[in-house]
Design a protein around this ligand. Structure first.
Ligand SMILES: Nc1ncnc2c1ncn2[C@@H]1O[C@H](COP(=O)(O)OP(=O)(O)OP(=O)(O)O)[C@@H](O)[C@H]1O
Ligand SMILES: [Mg+2]
Length: 318
């Protein structure tokens, strides 16, 4: 603890003494300010508690026994005031997380709408254009028909691009056929673009709740993108295990692995992939863990309860 600093045991103890001596609201204001500045300087709740404990012990040693009870109670009021900036920040953080979850749902919904519009509506318009060109070709002399082929080629290219964009936004196969076909399609695409060999295993049985299918799809999508970008892996297994109460998902690669605690505590520019994955799983009350043996690969383990059975998430590296 920084003795004598702007926030530390000395100013804390001085403000607490003043409060116990009857300085009232002005001393409570100082408690609040000390808490707020401490938080800005990186102190945590336990640091404030330790400071309080130390200051209170000193004061109690100087206090006659009959006054000790009142001092302890009044000191509790002072402590609560110094902790209130932490409480307010925590509340603000929870509200921000809730707002982000709603925003994420709204984005998924928009992505689905736009993907389906691109796939179905724009796709249908292009089919109509092709049919009209075919009809026109029949009425034209052979030389002019060849010119029409030049119009068809870019139209086919547009169709391909639309399908790709629609799929990247949200694969219609996820909505139409479910998680396993969507993951197989995703895996095939990644492998074909020069990625590792990917096997999708398990996951038979009835369709899962939509929120779980979407979350697992997005998490596997990001995990595979990380494997391609960072792992230098040759093989990946995506294993789904559906139990009566929970669904498990394991994504294991044989790449170079990484130092999980170091990456997660990295300051400055940090990736959003792992944070986003964990947040998606947390939002469903699930658990998210990364197990890494540097040099031997990375394994991501996820479990999501099928009913509102909430659990914590954590990370480990062995
Ligand atoms: N499968 C993996 N193998 C090796 N390293 C990995 C793997 N997955 C993640 N990492 C490491 O963890 C870091 C953080 O991953 P994360 O997905 O959070 O961010 P990013 O991929 O760097 O950026 P972003 O996902 O925001 O585009 C990566 O930069 C990489 O060093
Ligand atoms: Mg990433």
């Amino acid at each position: 603890m920084k003795n004598g600093a702007a926030v530390g045991i000395t100013p804390y103890a001085a403000a607490l003494r003043d409060y116990l001596a009857g300085a009232g609201e002005a001393a409570l204001q100082r408690a609040y300010e000390l808490g707020r500045r401490g938080m800005q300087e990186g102190l945590g709740v336990f640091d404030v508690l330790a400071m309080h404990q130390e200051a209170l012990e000193t004061i109690l040693r100087e206090t006659p026994a009959e006054g000790a009870g009142k001092v302890a109670i009044d000191a509790g009021v002072f402590l609560a005031e110094s902790l209130s900036p932490f409480e307010m920040t925590h509340r603000g953080f929870r509200e921000a997380v809730t707002a982000l979850r709603h925003l994420n749902q709204a984005l998924e919904e928009s992505a689905r709408r736009i993907a389906h519009a691109l796939h179905d509506e724009a796709g249908q318009l292009l089919v109509s254009a092709h049919l009209a060109l075919q009809a026109l070709a029949r009425d034209l002399p052979p030389a002019a028909r060849a010119r029409l082929a030049e119009v068809r080629r870019p139209l086919e290219e547009i169709e391909k691009q639309l399908r790709r964009l629609s799929h990247e936004l949200r694969p219609t196969v996820l909505d139409d056929l479910g998680l396993v076909p969507a993951l197989e399609y995703l895996a095939q695409g990644v492998s074909e673009r020069g990625g590792p060999e990917i096997r999708v295993e398990g996951g038979g049985g009835p369709r899962l709740p939509e929120a779980i299918e979407t979350a697992l799809y997005r998490v596997v999508q990001e995990a595979l993108s990380n494997v391609v970008r960072h792992a230098a892996a040759r093989r990946v297994r995506v294993i789904l295990e559906t139990g009566p109460q929970a669904i498990g998902c394991r994504i294991a690669d044989d790449g170079k692995g990484f130092d999980v605690p170091a990456v997660l505590s990295r300051k400055g520019r940090v990736g959003l992939g792992l944070i986003g994955m964990r947040e998606r799983i947390n939002a469903l009350g699930g658990t998210f863990a990364i197990d890494c043996v540097p040099g031997q690969g990375t394994e991501i383990n996820i479990a999501i309860p099928l009913e509102g059975n909430h659990a914590d998430s954590g990370t480990s590296c062995g």
